[in-house]
Design a protein around this ligand. Sequence first.
Ligand SMILES: [Zn+2]
Length: 69
Amino acid sequence: MKILLEGDTGKALCEHCQAVVSMHYARRDVPFSDGQGAAKDILVGVCNQCDVVMAIPSQSTSAIREARN
Ligand SMILES: [Zn+2]
């Protein structure tokens, strides 16, 4: 598995922009799906155009799970 680092870039479909856009990886606080709190400082893909979190790499999902426990 490729390990992503802060500052890495890529392209993906942004649901907010409704287009394939350039993105970069940065550390953000990611809210849990049930809205009860957030995982801090998680590496995620951020849209370059609208700054919305558009991708959560699999390497980060385990960190989110740990933050919940
Ligand atoms: Zn976007």
